[in-house]
Design a protein around this ligand. Structure first.
Ligand SMILES: [Zn+2]
Length: 74
Protein backbone atom coordinates (compact mmCIF):
# COMPACT_ATOMS: atom_id res chain seq x y z
CA UNK A 1 0.00 0.00 0.00
CA UNK A 2 1.33 3.43 -0.85
CA UNK A 3 1.22 4.69 2.69
CA UNK A 4 4.43 5.68 4.37
CA UNK A 5 4.84 5.86 8.14
CA UNK A 6 6.59 8.96 9.49
CA UNK A 7 7.80 10.13 12.87
CA UNK A 8 6.74 13.42 14.37
CA UNK A 9 7.94 15.22 17.47
CA UNK A 10 6.23 16.85 20.44
CA UNK A 11 7.57 18.66 23.49
CA UNK A 12 7.66 16.64 26.72
CA UNK A 13 8.12 18.23 30.11
CA UNK A 14 11.22 16.99 31.96
CA UNK A 15 9.39 17.63 35.22
CA UNK A 16 5.95 16.06 35.07
CA UNK A 17 6.21 14.26 31.74
CA UNK A 18 3.36 16.20 30.23
CA UNK A 19 3.36 16.12 26.46
CA UNK A 20 2.32 19.24 24.61
CA UNK A 21 0.12 18.44 21.64
CA UNK A 22 -1.42 21.84 21.03
CA UNK A 23 0.68 24.06 18.80
CA UNK A 24 -2.07 26.12 17.34
CA UNK A 25 -2.75 24.70 13.91
CA UNK A 26 -0.37 21.75 14.45
CA UNK A 27 -0.27 18.82 16.88
CA UNK A 28 3.34 17.80 16.21
CA UNK A 29 6.39 18.72 14.13
CA UNK A 30 8.63 16.92 11.68
CA UNK A 31 11.88 17.83 13.44
CA UNK A 32 12.88 18.29 17.09
CA UNK A 33 14.24 21.72 16.19
CA UNK A 34 10.81 22.90 15.12
CA UNK A 35 9.40 21.81 18.47
CA UNK A 36 12.10 23.73 20.33
CA UNK A 37 11.49 26.82 18.22
CA UNK A 38 7.79 26.57 18.97
CA UNK A 39 8.31 26.15 22.71
CA UNK A 40 10.49 29.24 22.82
CA UNK A 41 7.40 31.21 21.96
CA UNK A 42 5.27 29.43 24.56
CA UNK A 43 5.03 29.57 28.34
CA UNK A 44 7.41 26.65 28.66
CA UNK A 45 10.99 26.97 29.88
CA UNK A 46 13.55 25.72 27.37
CA UNK A 47 17.26 25.17 28.06
CA UNK A 48 19.99 23.38 26.11
CA UNK A 49 18.73 19.92 27.00
CA UNK A 50 15.57 20.34 29.07
CA UNK A 51 12.03 21.54 28.68
CA UNK A 52 9.64 22.36 31.47
CA UNK A 53 5.97 23.16 31.19
CA UNK A 54 4.52 26.29 32.76
CA UNK A 55 3.71 24.31 35.92
CA UNK A 56 7.25 22.94 36.34
CA UNK A 57 9.43 25.77 35.07
CA UNK A 58 11.93 26.80 37.73
CA UNK A 59 11.10 29.99 39.58
CA UNK A 60 13.30 32.85 38.47
CA UNK A 61 13.49 36.51 39.32
CA UNK A 62 14.01 37.54 35.76
CA UNK A 63 13.05 35.68 32.67
CA UNK A 64 16.48 36.25 31.15
CA UNK A 65 18.06 33.97 33.76
CA UNK A 66 17.41 30.91 31.66
CA UNK A 67 17.27 32.47 28.25
CA UNK A 68 19.89 30.45 26.39
CA UNK A 69 18.42 31.00 22.97
CA UNK A 70 20.64 30.63 19.98
CA UNK A 71 22.34 27.21 20.19
CA UNK A 72 19.61 24.93 18.95
CA UNK A 73 20.64 22.52 16.23
CA UNK A 74 18.36 20.03 14.62
ZN1 LIG B 1 5.65 19.81 33.80
Amino acid sequence: MAIHEVTYYQAKCDGCGRIEDDYGEYTAFGTPGCVVDMMWDSDWSVTDDKMFCEDCRPPVDEEDDYDVHGDVDE
